[in-house]
Structure formats: C-alpha cells, structure tokens
Design a protein around this ligand. Sequence first.
Ligand SMILES: Cc1ncc(COP(=O)(O)O)c(C=O)c1O
Length: 399
Amino acid sequence: MADLFSKFDGLIAQREGLLATGVTDPFSLVMERVLSPTVAVCNGHETILLGTYNYMGMTFDPDVIEAGKQALEDFGSGTTGSRVLNGTYAGHRAVETALKDFYAMDHAMVFSTGYQANLGIISTVAGKGDYIVLDIDSHASIWDGCKLGDAEVVPFKHNDISAMDKRLGRIPEGAGKLVILEGVYSMLGDIAPLKEMVAVAKGHGAMVLVDEAHSMGFIGPNGRGVAEEQGVLDQVDFVIGTFSKSVGTVGGFCVSNHPKFEILRLVCRPYVFTASLPPSVVATAATSIRKLMDGNNKRAHLWENSRTLHGALKGLGFQLGTDHPQSAIISVIMPDLERGAAMWEALLHEGLYVNLARPPATPAGMTLLRCSLCAEHTAEQVQTIIGMFDRAGRAIGII
Ligand SMILES: Cc1ncc(COP(=O)(O)O)c(C=O)c1O
C-alpha cells in the first residue's frame, strides 16, 4: 500500500531538523491569556503582540464585547444552519447593512470566513470558459477559488502592469474575464498600483475583484481600502474582505454594486452549503464596522506607528520588504529559515511575538519575520519593540 503521507516527508524532515537545533517551535505558540489587543501571556510571560492582524485593535472594544454578550443572551450560541435555510438571523442582515453603509455599496454578502468569501465569489462568477487574470502572489484562498471554479487561470508577475495588460490582450474575443488583485499583499506589506491596474483591466472589458483583507478600516479616507485611497473604488466590481483582521472577530464578505448580485445567494456553494456565523460573532462585527466608520484618530495613530517602526528597523540595518511603509505590515527579510527561527525565538525571549513566515506562503522562497502593527500599540510600546529588535538582531548576527 502506498502511504499517502509520503508526499509530506520532505517537510517532516525539515521540521524535525529545525526542532533538533533546540529552537522553540514557531508554529505552535500558545497564548495562555490575552490581556489586551497588544499584550498576551505566552509561556508564562507578558508578551507584546506584533503578529496579529488586529490592526484597529477592536477585539477588546467595550461596545463590541457588549454587543456579543447581548446577542449570545438573546439568540443563543449558534444558528445550526445555512444562510439559505434556517441560518439567517436579524444579526446577519444587520451586519450586511453595516457593510453596505461602510462601503456605500448596494449589496453585501457575508460568509463564514474570508477564505470562503474568495472561494465562493471567484468560483461562482468565473466558471468553465471564463478567464481569470491574477497576480502571482495572490492569497491561497484566491488560488483555491480559481481551482474550484474551473476557469482558465492566467497569472502575471507581482504588481506588473504591463504583464497584466499582455495577458489580458491574449484572451479570446468575447470570453468572460475577471481580474483579481489585492489592496495590500500580506507577506511583504506592499500595496498594488490599483489605479493603473483597474484602468488596464477595464480597457480590456474585464470585471475586477479586489481583496482588501489587510487594508479595511485603515487605508483610505474612510478605511475602505487601497481602491478608495487611489480613487478607483467605484470601478471595482467586487470587494472581498474579512472580519478576522481590522474588524476583530471572524467572518468574510463581498460587497458590490452589480445589479444581479443577490442571485449569488442561491448559487454560491461555499455560502449555501455551510452553517452561518453565530449571532454573537455577527453582532460584534456589526458594532465594530460601525465604529470603524469613525476611526480617523486610530488610522492616524496606526500610520504613525508604521512610519516609526519602519524607519527605526531600516536605520538599524534590517532588510525590509518595502522601501517605505505602505501598510500596517512591516516584513523583515531573514537570510535563511534557521536564522529566521533563531531571531523569532530571541524576540520571543525578549517578550515580543511576531510571525515567522516561510514558503509556500512567502514569495521568492523568502523567510520573513512579519510585524503587524495595531492602532492600540502605544508610542512607548513601539520604542520597546525597536529595542527588542536591536538586541535580538545583534545576538543572532543579523545586523
Ligand atoms: C488576502 C487575504 N484574503 C483572505 C484571507 C482569509 O481571511 P479569513 O481569515 O477571514 O479566512 C486572508 C487571511 O489571511 C488574506 O490574507
């Protein structure tokens, strides 16, 4: 009998090799208690969190918590059903209304995760005979949505406008075309030139989907994302987002002005054939989204944090994923997995949690220490973080 697990042997050996060096497993950290959006207890020690996607720090907002508690009391712990049958409660409609108000769009559809939102929308709107043109660095959920839908998939080099243009130009006349882009690319923290890319896509008669998972709440005058910041939101056909980052809970969504959008509720399998989000979750999401509409001060403070940390890490001699800060993600490029894991552990001992990221999640085989800032990080915490990087970087020999 062929062992179906033999395909994982390479990865198992690499993992065992790494752990044999005595390093703490970077992929199994337990947060024993979470004290605030920026501090948790890990291995018995208070640790500053710089590796969550809690960009706007909404997880401990008192109004958000209260809304969740109330919904738990009023509607129970779960829906036990699909949105199409017994799984649409008042709270699901309320969070969709909050999303329509937040984006000033006609339609909003909520999924159980952002992963499922990409899976569902992409596979349902682009099927056999259609073409999907997408950035090669797209998130796994985008690739999986392409696979599920059976369209022809044409990738282009990351953020390369002319490569995208050429790919679109080769698609047969009359075929359905969907261009998929992200606002912020989460590994390096860089943004897409959406203004130019959306213009090129529209010039070829393509529909455009933008995943704004890492920009919602933070980027753009109203926190609607990079498409808003670059003035092209009205030309984007579908915006995909998640509740698991700036919104501070779990869930995914798509907003759109397409006049036929509502039919998707009957034909989108990752929406129809799964249970809906619990009432407490949609209540926390709706409250958080409405508060994010008024998030100018938080947005300004988060930009300040991003500029300070980026400038300081660059000044210390670390190699970063972007020349200047483009988002709340600052990626520090490590020379290899071994030194990346050692640096990750040294930072943890300092009392700082960041993300160690490695292929296949990262582009070009890179090992990264990804730092995600939060609007609730104080200026003092950012200075403390800089000191921790300085000491750990010198101890491991990276700077
Ligand atoms: C760009 C992008 N899209 C979608 C998702 C999926 O979001 P969720 O965590 O809600 O499944 C992520 C999650 O990291 C992401 O980075």
